[in-house]
Design a protein around this ligand. Structure first.
Ligand SMILES: Nc1ncnc2c1ncn2[C@@H]1O[C@H](CO)[C@@H](NC(=O)[C@@H](N)CO)[C@H]1O
Length: 147
C-alpha cells in the first residue's frame, strides 16, 4: 500500500463519473465531502497487499496514527487514489482494505471520512506547507519486499 499524507487546511471532493463498472454504491450525501484541519491520506492498495490485507491495514493505521500525532490532528480523510502504484490490487480487495482502515481509525478515536471508491472526483486541497505537511509511507505484508 502506498500512501501520500498531506496535512491540510481542508480537503473537499465532489463525485463526477464512474471510474469502474461497479463503483461503491453511495448516497446523495456522499457525493460531496469536506473536512477541515485534516490529514489527507491518498492511498493506492497494491497487488502485494492481497497476500495479507488484514496485516497491511494494521500497518497502515499505525503509520497514519504516527503522522497524525506528529502534525497534531485527529481528523483523517481516507482517499482512494489509484495513481501511486503501477501494481494495483483488485478493486474488491482495495475497497475492503480502505473500509477497514476507516473502521480501525474510528476505533482508535479519530474523526474519519472516506472518499467514495471507484469514481472520478473533483477535489480541492489546501496543503499547510510546513516541513511535515507532505509525507509518503509504504506498507506491505511481512515477508514481502517493497518493489
Ligand atoms: N488498488 C486501488 N487502490 C485505490 N483505489 C482504487 C484501486 N483500484 C481501484 N480504485 C478506485 O477505482 C478508481 C478507478 O481506478 C480509482 N479512482 C481514483 O483513483 C480517482 N482519484 C480518479 O482517478 C479509485 O477510486
Amino acid at each position: 500500500m502506498r500512501m501520500l499524507l498531506i496535512h491540510s487546511d481542508y480537503l473537499e471532493y465532489e463525485v463526477r463519473d464512474k471510474a469502474l463498472k461497479n463503483p461503491e454504491p453511495i448516497s446523495d450525501e456522499q457525493r460531496r465531502g469536506r473536512l477541515e484541519e485534516v490529514l489527507a491520506v491518498f492511498t493506492s492498495v497494491e497487488k502485494v497487499d492481497e497476500t495479507n490485507p488484514d496485516e497491511v491495514v494494521e500497518k497502515a493505521v499505525a503509520e497514519i496514527k504516527d503522522v497524525a500525532s506528529q502534525v497534531k490532528t485527529n481528523r483523517v480523510f481516507v482517499y482512494p487514489f489509484a495513481h501511486l502504484s503501477s501494481e494495483l490490487a483488485r478493486p474488491d480487495v482495495a475497497l475492503k482494505v480502505l473500509q477497514k482502515v476507516e473502521e480501525r481509525l474510528k476505533e482508535e478515536g479519530f474523526e474519519v471520512k472516506r472518499a467514495p471508491f471507484g469514481y472520478y472526483k473533483a477535489f480541492k486541497l489546501s496543503c499547510k506547507g510546513h516541513p511535515l505537511a507532505e509525507l509518503s509511507r509504504t506498507v506491505v505484508p511481512s515477508g514481502e519486499v517493497v518493489s
